[in-house]
Design a protein around this ligand. Sequence first.
Ligand SMILES: Nc1ncnc2c1ncn2[C@@H]1O[C@H](COP(=O)(O)OP(=O)(O)OP(=O)(O)O)[C@@H](O)[C@H]1O
Ligand SMILES: [Mg+2]
Length: 250
Amino acid sequence: MIVAIASQKGGTGKTTTSISLAAGLARRGKKTLLIDVDSQANSSKVLLTDYSKIPVQQTVHTTILERQTLPIHHTTLPNLDMAPAHILLSNTDIALTTALDHREARLKDALDEVKNQYDFVFIDCPPALSWLTINAFTAADKVLVVVAPGYFELDSLVQISKSISEVREYFNAGLEVLGFLFTMSEPTINTQTSIQILRQTYRGQVINTIIPRNTDIKDAHMNKQDIFAFNPKSKAALAYDKLIAELFHL
Ligand SMILES: Nc1ncnc2c1ncn2[C@@H]1O[C@H](COP(=O)(O)OP(=O)(O)OP(=O)(O)O)[C@@H](O)[C@H]1O
Ligand SMILES: [Mg+2]
């Protein structure tokens, strides 16, 4: 199963969710690949200890711009591989806008070559509806939309829903919404109201498991660890465990 993890708004927890789902499934013995298509390369920097030494030719930049095979790196976690991002991905949108070939399918074409080797593939998307996100949606079976509490966060869902529909229409008819995942939940009125609006608007599509705001997440990233390695008893680790059980029945 190939899952794109996306939101148009920045800082909603896409990267944290990508790392946690990928690491959690790898720990359950599932062969998992995490593809980072965000030029910020946040998930690459957490999971690949030698990230700073990786040349641009060994990142997805070469897949997207030069149509090369996916550069796959092993992480320190057994069963977890990673195709890292590069800062130069920030320039690819301009190149793709003027490309005349199937610019939406570059990631899909490369992923088709290796996807049989994996039980799960996750794609950590940038916080924009760029050609990189369209590449992720074209390659994916499902999209997991990550939502943090707040008016702007909820407002951005209209746009991402529209983009999913457009990709379905033009590039990938089978694309499904895996669900809307509410993250960074706090015991506040803002959180309560946001969840209520989300459930009313996207009835039946909102995932029951809610990820709490938990400082262990930031500490885990600081230590270049996934949340299960850093503190398996933390509230966030328990929530992501519950999410894996709910989504994948594992
Ligand atoms: N559940 C959580 N509790 C506390 N902090 C969190 C939680 N999830 C993520 N964070 C922190 O919030 C920040 C944003 O999270 P993250 O990088 O996962 O979001 P993102 O959607 O990938 O951001 P971007 O849009 O920039 O790619 C990070 O510093 C991360 O460590
Ligand atoms: Mg991110």
